[in-house]
Design a protein around this ligand. Structure first.
Ligand SMILES: *[C@@H]1O[C@H](CO)[C@@H](O)[C@H](O)[C@H]1NC(C)=O
Ligand SMILES: *[C@@H]1O[C@H](CO)[C@@H](O)[C@H](O)[C@H]1NC(C)=O
Ligand SMILES: *[C@@H]1O[C@H](CO)[C@@H](O)[C@H](O)[C@H]1NC(C)=O
Ligand SMILES: *[C@@H]1O[C@H](CO)[C@@H](O)[C@H](O)[C@H]1NC(C)=O
Length: 342
């Protein structure tokens, strides 16, 4: 009798232990440990939901300008301006808010959350996204810094090299713009629609997936895009299924890398669908990256994934030992895990 109830107590204890250990969990691209910790603290101290934890984590990166590739004062475009792309997705409702080419507002992922919370739209862009942000009481400021102004000056002195133009006059490999189409006949034929070149500059993004205390999942991204991009360029980060994706029945995924290529393959959506079919997060990430490298062998990028059981995985192409950050109940602190690329 005594033994039996002791066993029962032990059994309950083991079950509780498991429930506690599976979630919450935070994963994000790169060793952006401060962002992981910010999301973790939001979950465990303030006990916020997954969406708000993702916003807390990515906002930390925006303010601390992780690697100079997230937030203000990084990745100036051809005009020397920094613009921001971000998205947030709620895996419970499939609600998404995002901003592309956001100007003069530092808090890109919080504005994306406002798009989700205060409108029935998904994506706002450019100056009009700024106007929306202002109406929602976000502060307007200058995203340039003396450093980006100086870098831009040197880039112009170096004949605007490198850049992302092709098939234009003057020769974009030796000259600055303004550029116009090199081939007038095909320009007329196609009515002016031309695709821009694939990227060749290294590019980082924070992508994050969170499972909260209730087991609910959210994903998000934030970036300042590619350095020397054509003004107006928006990458994969604010596109649902490309930059990130979350589905409460399955898990979530987020991507970083050459966004111009990645957004043609919806790798975050593909990874989640692979996990739905029973793949492990690592297998799912490999499938999503492999789909891209089959068409673009020189593509550089990475993807992280987590399933509902809290198992994580990642894959990459042309990064050296791609690192991602993980925090869960069994790890006393954020752990940086490195994976070999395909
Ligand atoms: C927490 O993360 C570590 C490192 O990825 C992993 O070994 C462990 O199994 C995870 N714990 C749970 C409960 O998922
Ligand atoms: C992490 O946050 C601490 C405290 O705010 C700060 O001192 C440190 O520079 C941050 N690390 C990075 C890499 O930004
Ligand atoms: C923004 O800051 C940069 C760098 O400090 C400066 O060159 C630029 O004139 C500023 N722009 C505005 C509109 O104040
Ligand atoms: C890939 O890169 C190699 C070496 O930089 C180059 O020779 C090759 O043409 C590239 N392939 C494609 C498909 O761009």
């Amino acid at each position: 009798m005594y033994t039996q109830s002791l066993l029962q107590v032990l059994f309950v204890a083991v079950c509780l232990e498991n429930t506690i250990a599976l979630h919450p969990i935070v994963i994000n691209t790169w060793p952006f440990v401060n962002a992981t910790d910010a999301a973790w603290n939001a979950l465990t101290v303030q006990r916020v939901k997954a969406v708000d934890a993702v916003v807390a984590g990515c906002s930390r990166c925006e303010r601390q300008r992780c690697d100079g590739t997230v937030g203000y004062g990084g990745s100036p475009d051809e005009h020397g301006e920094t613009t921001l792309d971000a998205m947030i997705m709620d895996g419970v409702t499939h609600d998404v808010g995002s901003v592309g080419g956001l100007r003069r507002v530092k808090d890109a992922i919080a504005v994306a959350k406002a798009v989700m919370q205060y409108t029935t739209h998904t994506l706002l862009v450019g100056d009009l996204a700024t106007e929306f942000a202002q109406s929602m009481n976000f502060e307007i400021s200058n995203l340039s810094t003396p450093q980006t102004a100086k870098r831009h000056e040197r880039w112009v002195e170096n004949n605007c090299q490198p850049n992302f133009r092709r098939n234009v006059r003057p020769d974009p490999t030796t000259s600055c713009g303004p550029y116009s189409p090199a081939d007038r006949i095909s320009y007329k034929f196609y009515g002016g629609n031309r695709r821009t070149s694939a990227s060749r500059t290294n590019h980082d993004t924070i992508g994050m997936v969170v499972i909260d205390n209730d087991g609910d999942i959210a994903a998000g991204t934030s970036t300042n895009g590619l350095t020397w991009k054509v003004p107006g360029r928006v990458g994969d980060s604010p596109i649902a299924g490309a930059g990130s994706y979350a589905d409460n029945e399955v898990g979530g995924a987020a991507a970083t890398g050459d966004g111009d290529v990645m957004m043609r393959f919806l790798p975050s959506f593909l990874a989640v669908e692979e996990m739905r079919r029973g793949a492990s997060p690592t297998e799912a990430a490999r499938t999503a990256i492999g789909r891209i490298t089959r068409h673009y062998p020189n593509f550089s990028g990475a993807l992280i994934a987590v399933n509902k059981d809290g198992e994580t995985g990642a894959s990459c192409s042309r990064y050296r030992n791609f690192p991602y950050s993980v925090r869960n109940g069994t790890l006393g602190e954020t752990k940086v895990i490195r994976v070999n690329c395909l």
